[in-house]
Design a protein around this ligand. Structure first.
Ligand code: FEO
Length: 403
């Protein structure tokens, strides 16, 4: 007997996951609204559990399963993705449930073995195009390597037109509501964009391929069931199109100006840069690193096509918070961007040159030479900062016209 109940999604598919209201840091990603770890129960002839939950939520998942069926009645377990938020509870689940088969991709089986140091003979590998007979229904698999792990795959239940998309089309959002159309659209847009920016942006080329594959398979989808956040019911077309648009990263008249400052000088320059960008019709976001989490900066960068970064020089180097941010953004590999670097200095001012180099490494096309101001920017230095913003704005407008 427990307090947690399953949520019926169709006549034979139930949500049996867990709601993590408290998580605020998901391996460095700020999850201000918590998250969910979604697991799904398919009440086919061979009862099937798709994915599990993070280890501390095992009991919540088992209670939800028990509200529908005795857990020992589960015959098949599918692991679409081996990251610990979906497999932390897997070893205990296997002990409690004893399914006759666990299905995972070949890379998934390898990852599970490396996580749990086991060799269970119940694990069977499946690949794209394979299917598993569940008696009155079946599950088809599609591998989605590097979206976002090498092991990732999705599962499709044609009899109920349900796509179990693991992290795909997900978001970190704790809620009592299970369907997209029960939540405000603006909230879904914000959290889905943040998720894409921080988890999927580096793999945008592969996302384009996946979306084409899904379209090519002519899947008749009624529900998309991701491993985080709400189930897509009314907004299926919207989320597929949003992912397509984020993957393409078309040039947009939008800029992110990221900076940190020691005594306010680089901050003054940053505000002047924004004035220059605005004068060219560019919608700009000024993002002070002390007050903005890097995962929120990533979201702004996803929606922007210009990245202008300011840093003071500290001991001959980029200021640590700016260096950390650049390392993070560099790994996310935003595309189709122009930008520039600026900053105040006191001795030799190496940070701006180093920052320009990092931007080039990220394939950001530089719209001007890096701008430095000695100690406190005077009127001339601030006018140069405005001009730097204008230059970036002009370069971005040319990119948009040429697209
Ligand atoms: Fe939600 Fe990649 O794990």
């Amino acid at each position: 007997m427990g307090v947690f109940e399953a949520v019926r999604l169709t006549d034979s598919v139930y949500w049996v996951g867990a709601i993590d209201w408290a998580v605020r840091d998901f391996h460095g990603y700020s999850t201000g609204r918590g998250s969910t770890y979604n697991a799904y129960l398919v009440m086919a002839d061979r009862i099937t559990l798709i994915d599990t939950v993070k280890r501390p939520f095992l009991d919540e998942m088992m209670q939800r399963i028990s509200s529908v069926v005795e857990p020992s009645g589960i015959d098949v377990l599918i692991s679409n993705h081996s990251e610990m938020d979906h497999t932390g509870a897997l070893p205990e689940t296997l002990r409690e449930v004893s399914p006759s088969k666990v299905y995972a991709s070949a890379m998934g089986a390898r990852a599970l073995a490396a996580h749990f140091h086991w060799e269970p003979d119940t694990v069977e590998t499946v690949g794209s195009g394979d299917s598993v007979d569940l008696g009155n229904m079946g599950i088809r698999f599609l591998e989605t390597r590097m979206l976002h792990w090498p092991d990732s795959m999705v599962s499709y239940l044609p009899e109920r037109r349900v796509l179990f998309s693991q992290d795909g089309f997900g978001m970190h959002l704790a809620s009592t509501e299970r369907f997209d159309d029960q939540l405000p659209e603006s909230l879904l847009k914000m959290e889905a964009a943040k998720y894409y920016a921080n988890i999927l942006m580096p793999y945008s080329q592969l996302v384009k391929g996946l979306l084409e594959k899904i379209a090519g398979m002519d899947l008749d989808i009624e529900l998309i069931c991701p491993d985080h956040g709400p189930v897509w019911r009314s907004g299926i077309r919207w989320i597929l199109e949003a992912w397509g648009s984020w993957a393409r990263q078309y040039p947009a008249a939008r800029a992110a100006v990221v900076y940190d400052t020691m005594w306010g000088s680089t901050g003054k320059m940053a505000r002047a840069v924004v004035e220059g960008l605005s004068s060219q019709g560019i919608s700009s976001r000024l993002l002070p690193l002390r007050e903005t989490h890097i995962s929120d900066i990533a979201t702004e960068v996803l929606e922007a096509s210009a990245l202008v970064v300011g840093s003071p020089t500290l001991n001959g180097r980029i200021f640590p918070s700016v260096a950390e941010c650049m390392s993070y953004l560099g790994g996310l590999r935003p595309a189709n961007m122009t930008g520039a670097a600026f900053g105040s200095y006191g001795w030799s001012g190496e940070a701006v040159t180093q920052l320009s180099g990092l931007l080039e490494d990220m394939k950001v096309s530089l719209a001007g030479e890096g701008l430095r101001a000695l100690y406190v920017p005077d009127d001339r230095a601030l006018e140069s900062s405005v001009e730097l913003g204008r230059s970036v704005g002009r370069a971005l407008n040319s990119m948009i016209e040429g697209d």
